[in-house]
Design a protein around this ligand. Structure first.
Ligand code: SF4
Ligand code: SF4
Length: 443
């Protein structure tokens, strides 16, 4: 694609990077077929190629309040399916990040929209506040039809029950069982602690059983993804710097083999900390060092190896798993086969739904900000998952879990909860009605 930036524009490092990305696009349109919004809406401007044109025009003209690009970029899920499809290696993730950051500077959104975005940014990254908000939303749930617009959507999404806070999420060190093979930091995240604390509990049990010393770092918290995706760069950078500093302290105190992230949306962001912190060279370098240690939990378990692990008894478990590949894991981190292989090694039969490349509509807070499109994607995904005939859905991202658990008739659990169960941990709560089959890891 030809571009026409001026030398003055190209003096800006972000514009230089955008220029390089734009020039790689050959307009082939292969990406349109795998873009969820194009599949739903059939509008070129809601396809990756259309958005790339809009971004190019916006950047070339220094548009300050671009209403049309904003509408179509807001509808983009940042699922990155287009990057998996693109034969030319167009880095859409970087391009849309640069565009959103600039858009946030110039665009004045309607007052309600601004309030909603601010509210989400204040609530979600703080587990204590988020918990209180969910309890309030649960009380409002019976009146959801009476609540205006997105408030009704948020009330409807509040879980019916909340587990109490887990002791696992406090800063501490969990010793390895037997000889120590790795020392890792576990990112316990923010919303996940509140929505499904059993994920971090299962992760700690499984990693310590596999010989990891697991550190929950003082001062680590939200990865910054939420703020980053809605263009609130300063808040995203602050979250990233806090995490970098917290994990550096862990590293200084005893070394670190990996930073384990069990919410793949967060993992994609942490792996990209060098870019997020690029405006400050010192922090960019520190961010790059931390990013190089970030691994999805499935990657770390794969390194350690499940083979040879045996369950403490011949415990029953559901056998047929529909694996829902989170976009952030399959497209963002390109971790595609490992979770399925681990589940198979653990004795489960793994089935993949049709259209496994398409997003479920969660995408951070997309399901609140773009509720109609998100609902259509959720229902489509739930149908494809049901068609597998599986007993249980497994996924590696809390956003997908939250999106699907209300839509799917099957229980939805995190992959690591199944792996923990198969190697001696308790069954995920929702699975006990399916108990009946048996098998062992490595058997
Ligand atoms: S990130 Fe996803 S929604 Fe956005 S343009 Fe690419 S494929 Fe479409
Ligand atoms: S597939 Fe890649 S090169 Fe082709 S239009 Fe999409 S982004 Fe451009």
């Amino acid at each position: 694609m030809q571009t026409s930036f001026t030398p003055a524009q190209l003096a800006d490092a972000d514009i230089r990077e955008a220029d390089g990305i734009l020039r790689k696009c050959v307009h082939c349109g292969f990406c349109t077929a795998t873009c969820p919004t194009y599949v739903l809406l059939g509008d070129e401007l809601d396809s990756p190629r259309g958005r790339i044109y809009l971004i190019k025009h916006m950047l070339e003209t220094d548009a300050r309040a671009p209403a049309t690009p904003a509408r179509h970029l807001d509808r983009c899920l940042t699922c990155l399916s287009c990057m998996t499809t693109c034969p030319s290696g167009v880095n859409y993730m970087r391009l849309v990040d640069i565009a959103r950051e600039r858009m946030a500077r110039g665009l004045r959104r309607p007052a309600m929209e601004r309030m909603l975005r601010t509210l989400l940014m204040r609530l979600l990254p703080r587990p204590g506040v988020f918990r209180l908000a969910l309890l309030g939303a649960a009380l409002a749930r019976p009146f959801k039809a009476l609540l205006p617009g997105r408030l009704g959507v948020m009330a409807a999404m509040a879980p019916k029950r909340l587990a109490p806070p887990s002791a696992v999420d406090r800063p501490q060190v969990f010793p390895a069982e037997g000889a120590r093979r790795k020392r890792v930091a576990l990112m316990t995240g923010c919303a996940q602690q509140v929505l499904r604390p059993s994920i971090n509990e299962a992760t700690v049990r499984l990693l310590t059983r596999l010989g990891c010393e697991v550190v929950v770092a003082e001062g680590a918290g939200c990865c910054g993804a939420l703020a980053h995706h809605i263009g609130e760069t300063a808040a995203a950078e602050a979250a990233a710097r806090a995490n970098v500093a917290a994990w550096e302290r862990v590293m200084a105190a005893g070394g670190l083999d990996a930073i384990v992230v069990n919410a793949s949306g967060c993992g994609t962001t942490v792996k990209d900390y060098a870019f997020l912190l690029r405006h400050d060279p010192v922090w960019a370098e520190r961010g790059a060092r931390i990013a190089s240690l970030a691994r999805d939990v499935s990657e770390v378990i794969d390194d350690l190896g499940l083979r040879g692990m045996r369950p403490t008894d011949n415990r029953p478990r559901a056998r047929v798993i529909a694996y829902h590949a989170a976009c952030s894991l399959q497209h963002g981190q390109r971790v595609r086969e490992v979770p399925k292989r681990l589940l198979a090694e653990a004795g489960f039969e793994v089935r993949e739904p049709a259209e496994s490349h398409l997003c479920c509509g969660s995408a951070g807070v997309y399901n609140i900000l773009q509720a109609d499109l998100a609902l259509r994607l959720k229902e489509r995904k739930a149908q494809r998952l049901a068609a597998t005939g599986a007993d249980v859905v497994a996924t590696g991202n809390i956003g997908c879990w939250s999106q699907l658990q209300g839509a799917s008739l099957m229980p939805v659990v995190h992959t690591v909860e199944l792996l923990d169960w198969a190697t001696g941990g308790p069954p995920p709560l929702e699975i006990s009605p399916f108990a009946g089959a048996s098998g062992g890891v490595g058997s």
